[in-house]
Each structure stands twice: as C-alpha cells, then as structure tokens.
Design a protein around this ligand. Structure first.
Ligand code: F6P
Length: 346
C-alpha cells in the first residue's frame, strides 16, 4: 500500500535537465519511499484542469539524456484563472494527491510559493532555468547547457567574422539577467558583452570596436543579452507582448545593434539570434547531475512533508531553503563579475 501520492509538474520555459529531475523524483519516490507519482501535464494547467498521467520507473526509463520535458510545459498562471488555487485543491482531493513538486523558474515557483503560503496547499519547488536568475540557489540546471551551446555558436561565428572583416552580434537569452551573455561571452572571447544589469551607451560600444580595429584587429564579436537596454535617450527601444505572468517577450536588440554599429562605424555587421536553440537538446553532464541531485532531494523532502521548501545548490551541497527565498528577488550579475569581463573589451 503506497504511503503517499505525489504530483510532479514542469512549468515555464523548458530547459535541459527537466527529464533528469523527473526521473530522479520517480526513482527515489517509488523505489525508496513507496510513493505513487502523478505527472501533471502542461505546467499549472495540469492540476488546474486535472490533466495528468501516472508515471512509473518503467515509463521514465531512457529519459535522462533527453532535452525538454516528458510532462510538457506551459506559462499558465494559476492566479490568472478563475479560482485557480481552489481548482488545484479540488484536483488534489479528487486524485488523492498528498503534495506537489513543481519544477520551474521564477514564475512557476512564485505561484508555488503563493499556493503554499496564501492557500495552504502542499506544494514544494525544484529550481530550473537556463537564465540562472533564481535566488536561494547558487545555480540552476539548464544554465550550463545553455552557455555551452552559446559558446559553441560564438566559436563558429568567429570564423565568419574573421573571414569577412565583420562585426558579428550574437543575441542570447536570459530575460532580465545577463548570466548567459556574461558566461558565454567570456568563454567565447567576446570583444563587447552587453547585459541588462548595465544599460549601455551605443557610442561606447562603437568606441570599443573602433579601438580594437585601430589596434590591428579587423573583426569583432559582440554578445548581447536579449534584455540588454540602452541608456535612456541613447537609442530607440521596442516593447514586446506580455505573457500571463506579465513578462514582455524579449528579443530584437541584436538586429538594432547591427544597424546602429554598421551606421556609426562603417564596419559591416551581422546579427545572429540564438533563441530557443539555447534551450534545446541534450543536457550537459553537469546539468544532468545537478538536476538528478535536486530531484532526489525533492523526493526525500516530499516524503518528510517539507512543503513550502525547495532543494537548492549551496556551494557544492544540496540544501533545503524556503520557496519564498527563491523568488524574493532576481539573482542578477554582480558588478564585479561584469567589470572582470570588461578587461577583454575592445
Ligand atoms: O526563461 C527562459 C527563457 O528562455 C528566457 O531566456 C526567454 O526570455 C524566455 O524564456 C522565452 O520564452 P518563450 O519560450 O515563452 O518565448
């Protein structure tokens, strides 16, 4: 007789490592804690509408190296649905679900924290996102794979930049945090890196490129985070449509930089937007291991009824922290990290 029934969902943008985390929860939950695992589908839509499938050790075999999520995902916000929290409570009661592990980023875990804190629902979280912008944890899984992909892309763009005497602009994801831009830019030897935490002046960007070219180089690589913004009044900005969590769809800064840099410096420029390629494909070994460790810790915490908590990477250890800590504020790039990267600009 199983002791408890645990639900699992994946919400927000998919990222490499989600399947590794699901597999770890299932394996530990079923084999060690005698739990039954209910897989809710399509993020928060699953528990709101009662869309689920039972998952087992057998049905999760072979998923460790697979990108994406076998539970699928969505950006559904339970607080934007009529009686979202009550619908979730009703689904738990109907299915005999004792608690839920929500694997997600800022939005999914923000909803989880509110469902637990304001509505008393037995929910806990597991942190994931390629953006690496969650508080409470030193790193999220998905990030390592994203920077690996972005770095490889930068390496490839170097060859065209070099062959054609061009300025290549690479737009990477990361929403309002510059982690992907900073780390892939550093690893790929970018000549300028632009991040949301540090609004840029297009004149300075062009000056750095011109300085580099005056020192005998004839091409440049600029890595720009999708959320990077010009200093007020220095360049035109665009607004994107918003999702259910009120986040604007970002993107487009690469193209605008391409135009501005070419016009201002006279150097031929080309922009590449990496987009969802950064979220796709097989996770790196690091992300597989981190996701697995977090999944195991989540299954253990669910077994102990530690709702409202989240396993997090602290140094090299996995520790349980309150969900509220994870979503209290965005973890952004510290000034000193950016200043270190500036050593290589221009
Ligand atoms: O949060 C992950 C992320 O990939 C961000 O870097 C990006 O801004 C956003 O999701 C894109 O979302 P969507 O896949 O819904 O367009």
């Amino acid at each position: 007789m199983p002791s408890v029934r645990i639900g699992v969902l994946t919400g927000g943008g998919d990222c490499p490592g989600l399947n590794a985390a699901i597999r770890a929860i299932v394996r530990r939950g079923i084999d060690v804690h005698n739990q039954e695992i209910v897989g809710f589908l399509d993020g928060w839509r699953g528990p709101i509408e009662g869309v689920y499938e039972d998952i087992s050790v057998e049905s999760t075999r072979g998923i460790l190296p697979r990108g994406g999520t076998i539970l699928r995902s969505s950006r559904t916000n339970p607080f934007k649905r009529d009686d979202g929290p009550e619908a979730i409570r009703a689904t738990f009661e109907a299915l005999g679900v004792d608690g839920l592990i929500a694997i997600g980023g800022e939005d999914t875990l923000g909803a989880a924290a509110r469902l637990h804190g304001d509505h008393g629902l037995p929910v806990m979280g597991v942190p994931k996102t390629i953006d690496n912008d969650l508080g409470g944890t030193d790193m999220t899984f998905g990030f390592d794979t994203a920077i690996q992909i972005a770095t490889e892309a930068i390496d490839r763009l170097h060859t065209t930049a070099e062959s054609h005497n061009r300025v290549m602009i690479v737009e990477v994801m990361g929403r309002h945090a510059g982690w992907i831009a900073l780390h892939s830019g550093l690893a790929g030897g970018a000549d300028v890196i632009l991040i949301p935490e540090r609004p840029f002046d297009i004149e300075d960007v062009c000056r750095l490129i011109q300085r580099r070219h005056s020192r005998g180089r004839f091409f440049s690589i600029v890595v720009v985070a999708e959320g990077a913004v010009p200093q007020e009044g220095t360049m035109e900005v665009m607004d994107g449509a918003e999702d259910e969590f009120g986040h604007a769809r970002l993107g487009g800064i690469g193209q605008r930089l391409e135009r501005e840099i070419e016009e201002r410096t006279g150097f031929e420029s080309r922009a590449t937007v990496l987009g969802h390629i950064q979220r796709g494909g097989t996770p790196t070994a690091f992300d597989r291991v981190l996701a697995t460790r977090l999944g195991l810790a989540a299954a253990d915490a669910a077994n102990e009824g530690r709702w409202g908590m989240m396993p997090a990477l602290r140094g090299s250890r996995i520790e349980l922290v309150p969900l509220t800590e994870a979503v209290a504020e965005l973890r952004t790039v510290p000034v000193e990290d950016y200043e270190a990267a500036q050593t290589f600009f221009g």
